[in-house]
Design a protein around this ligand. Structure first.
Ligand SMILES: C[S@@+](CC[C@H](N)C(=O)[O-])C[C@H]1O[C@@H](n2cnc3c(N)ncnc32)[C@H](O)[C@@H]1O
Length: 412
């Protein structure tokens, strides 16, 4: 795949690093996290307790925050965002296979799904080397898009949780249907379903078994919703990692803040994107550590505000919960690494995660924009490549390449 970005990654990194420097004093005070250990100068002297509130750009909230007893406006806003997210995901219709295969982002969705499959499969294998009965927490399970992956991984128990109640019901129904289709000696895991806002509710008090411990917490395309405030991001981490057994993994996928800022800084406006996705920030040049909101739109699927997750900060915060980062790759790096494995390559084909390309003008291509296949045309021009070539349209590739995969391991 061609590199579709122009400006240097370091520039975006610099913007965010400067931000960390400015805000680290506040953060240290609020959280007890020592950012100096990461090499940032914490003693800038001009951060105050109120700076996080000002990040929310809500003047009323800013004023009220001066009164430590009164956090009403902030709370209202947080509830508002959680509800908006839940309402959005609740309203999303479940789409049948027929309709899905006609979608403009058919291959993009499959590609993202392949990425999750490989990641999940790999960490199940790692745990299985140590034990056979695997218990998993699917944090932000949605409508149960990963249920089959857990079945394939032959786990013993799954706890599914999401803020959107209708999604949780649909996830449960999907599980019951799967179970109903099981033949005589077919195996399926036990499951439990919980509706909760994982940025505010403590999941530990909601499990059927209060002593449950997980081997894996999987958080796919969810964690960024928590970065509205430090408290919310920390609560989601607590939920993700608090009940993990030593040696257990917190794995997930989330937008890569460096990539987002890189694209934003390269744009002439406050937004960027193409015909399948768009991202709109409130402003450029100021990226608070928490509450750095942007509107994310993905054709047919997502249209909600999200929050920038500055990954080095997540890494620091995770340490407080006994977690160590053991794996982090951009989607591009992950694809390039995993495609070398024949099994993953075959799965990519089976899941139709790449579009078969032979020539532009083929009416079956998802995009009718010639530019969208320039990279493929270039690749096959010497006539040596085997056709059809597996690829993604440029617009889909741009959309998927904003993400990264991560894995943290619980320390003994
Ligand atoms: C993009 S969907 C991903 C769903 C699923 N993990 C998947 O990969 O198919 C994001 C999910 O995160 C859930 N979510 C967002 N904020 C949440 C919160 N505070 N607590 C729990 N779930 C949340 C949404 O309701 C939605 O189902």
């Amino acid at each position: 795949m061609a590199d579709l970005t122009k400006i240097e990654e370091q520039e975006a990194e610099k913007s965010l690093s400067e931000e960390v420097e400015r805000k680290s004093h506040t953060l240290e005070k609020d959280s007890g996290i020592n950012l100096e250990a990461k090499g940032s100068t914490s003693d800038t002297g001009h951060s105050t307790e109120n700076e996080l509130a000002s990040d929310n750009q809500d003047n009323t909230a800013k004023k009220r925050k001066l009164d430590p007893e009164d956090d009403t406006p902030r709370k209202k806003k947080q509830i508002g965002h959680g509800q908006a997210v839940a309402a959005h995901y609740n309203e999303l219709q479940e789409v049948g296979l027929d309709k899905r295969s006609q979608s403009r982002i058919f291959y993009l969705r499959n590609f993202n799904n392949w990425t999750k499959s490989v990641l999940i499969g790999e960490f199940i294998d790692r745990v299985r080397q140590k034990k056979s009965d695997i218990t998993v927490l699917d944090l932000g399970c949605g409508k149960g898009g990963d249920l089959l992956k857990w079945k394939k991984g032959r786990i013993k128990k799954l706890v599914c949780t999401d803020i959107a109640d209708i999604s949780v019901q649909q996830c449960k129904q999907r599980y019951e249907d799967m179970k109903g289709r099981c033949r005589y000696n077919d195996y399926i895991f036990d499951a439990e379903f919980i509706q909760a806002d994982s940025t505010k509710d403590l999941l530990a008090s909601k499990y059927d078994d209060p002593y449950i411990s997980f081997d894996i917490c999987s958080c796919q395309f969810v964690y960024h919703y928590s970065f509205e405030t430090y408290e919310q991001a920390d609560m989601m981490l607590k939920n993700a990692c608090g009940n993990l057994s030593p040696g257990g993994y917190f794995i997930g996928t989330t937008p890569n803040s460096f990539e987002l800022i890189k694209r934003l800084e390269a744009s002439e406006t406050n937004s960027f994107g193409n015909d399948v996705y768009s991202v709109k920030f409130e402003k450029k040049g100021d990226y608070p550590l928490f509450g750095c909101k942007y509107d994310f739109h993905l054709e047919e699927v997502v249209d909600v505000p999200e929050f920038l997750v500055y990954f080095p900060l997540l890494e620091e915060m995770a340490k407080k919960h006994g977690m160590k980062l053991v794996y982090k790759r951009t989607f591009r790096e992950f694809y390039e690494e995993k495609i070398k494995n024949e099994e993953h390559k075959m799965l990519l084909r089976r899941m139709q995660a790449l579009e078969p390309y032979s020539t532009f003008g083929d009416s079956r291509l998802v995009s009718d924009k010639p530019d969208d296949y320039e990279h493929a045309k270039e690749f096959i021009k010497d006539g040596k490549a085997k056709l059809p070539l597996g690829t993604l349209s440029k617009s889909e590739w741009e959309a998927t390449s904003i993400y990264l995969v991560f894995a943290f391991e619980k320390q003994l």
